[in-house]
Write a protein that binds this ligand. Structure first.
Ligand SMILES: *Cc1c(COP(=O)(O)O)cnc(C)c1O
Length: 395
């Protein structure tokens, strides 16, 4: 049966695609080796540097984020290399599994899924590695399965404090363009990202921002690679081109997204996400429920994972909420399957969209018979009234 009104896609990615981007994508596909394309390619490659905050190179692949994970590993490492990873949640675990599948020796520092990566534990492990067997440290910036943020600048400091030469690789697939990220300033060697979260695009583009040092590494390592080979990309990229057919229409959309982010100003984008995260947590407290992220200061502005009381099913709640209020909420992944639901508050999103989302959750809690107090949405509104939006001059 037809449902009137608009659907609320409040999963933590893909995020809803704004009309401006949909329109940009709907233009005719052009010859990707012809004269007009170079401008599109050049603008995308240069524009993404402003989003990663880097003067170094950014690669763009026609793939989901998982592809860019693989690209980061196969370009910088050799079979049998050790890499140190931190178990922030489901996505860190998947990256770890991939590393093993392609022939690396990953070590996963255990985490409780309630905070970001712990720099002191990374430092301690690197200090033990006196022979420098560990070739890379891999951390997830915004862990989309838990709603916790890792302090990337602190991880860099930990590596430097241990005087360890490992490369720093960061998954900011869901952090980039929603929460602060500074590739050059934080000394990141490879950052992996994707199109369908903070960048507000449909799925299908992925990115590697790469330091000069990591590019140099790529010349001497011997992991088999072809599609993902950075050095095959470099030459064509200098002319705004790609070695194989790029996702032309998504690049139109990407250029529109980059313009939109700068028109608002990245600082304002980050402040908006932080404010919506705070309002969502106020709602959760108002309902008398628990936020999965337990470490203060590491809560995400991208999404909030909420624990449902024991004996209740988060998935049944999500199904009921979808059916009655036409809102898609994120599910709990692996270890927290059916125990949490995730509220996405990322991308092209404003106060009223957040209020509708939180009202939908509150209505759904009541409809599903999940024990809670009413008034969470009201508490979020009080926070929005008081926390007046800071406005920074656009860039
Ligand atoms: C979404 C996401 C991924 C996976 O990206 P795909 O585009 O689904 O391949 C990996 N890591 C994080 C942190 C994510 O949010």
């Amino acid at each position: 049966m037809r449902q009137a009104g608009r659907h609320f896609l409040q999963i933590p990615g893909p995020s809803a695609v704004p009309d401006r981007i949909l329109r940009a994508i709907s233009q005719q596909t052009i010859d990707h080796r012809g004269p007009d394309f170079a401008d599109v390619g050049q603008k995308a490659l240069e524009g993404m540097k402003t989003i990663f905050k880097t003067k170094q190179h950014v690669f763009i692949f026609p793939s989901s984020g998982t592809g860019a994970w693989e690209a980061a590993l196969v370009n910088t490492l050799s079979p049998g290399d050790s890499v140190l990873m931190f178990e922030t949640g489901h996505f860190a675990t998947l990256w770890n599994k991939m590393a093993r599948k392609i022939g690396l020796e990953p070590e996963l520092l255990e985490g409780d899924w309630r905070g970001g990566a712990e720099p002191d534990r990374i430092e301690a492990r690197l200090r033990e590695d006196t022979n420098h067997e560990i070739k890379a440290v891999c951390v997830v910036h915004n862990e989309t399965s838990t709603g916790c943020v890792s302090q990337i600048a602190e991880v860099r400091k930990a590596i430097d404090a241990a005087r360890h030469p490992a490369l720093l690789m960061v998954d900011s697939i869901s952090g980039l363009a929603s929460i602060d990220f500074r590739f050059d300033q934080w000394g990141v060697d490879v950052c992996v990202s994707g199109s369908q979260k903070g960048l507000m695009l449909p799925p299908g583009l992925s990115f590697n921002a790469v330091s000069e040092r990591a590019l140099e590494h790529a010349k001497s390592v011997n992991m088999p690679r072809s599609y993902w080979d950075w050095h095959e990309m470099l030459g064509p990229n200098t002319r705004g081109q790609f070695p194989y057919t790029p996702a032309t229409n998504l690049l139109y959309g990407l250029n529109e997204a980059i313009d939109m982010l700068h028109e608002e100003g990245l600082k304002n984008v980050f402040a908006r996400h932080a404010r919506h995260g705070a309002a969502t947590r106020a709602a959760v407290r108002g309902w008398g429920l628990e936020v999965l992220c337990a470490r203060q200061g590491e809560e995400s502005g991208v999404l909030t994972a909420v624990l449902v009381p024991h004996g209740h099913s988060a998935d049944a709640f999500r199904a009921t909420t979808l059916k009655h209020y036409d809102i898609s909420l994120g599910n709990g992944l692996s270890k927290v399957a059916d125990k949490v639901f995730r509220i996405g508050h990322l991308g092209d999103f404003n106060d009223l969209m957040l209020m509708a989302t939180l009202s939908g959750v509150e209505l759904g809690l009541a409809k599903s018979g999940i024990p809670h107090q009413s008034g969470g949405a009201q508490a979020a509104m009080e926070l929005l009234k008081e926390a007046t939006e800071e406005r920074f001059a656009a860039e």
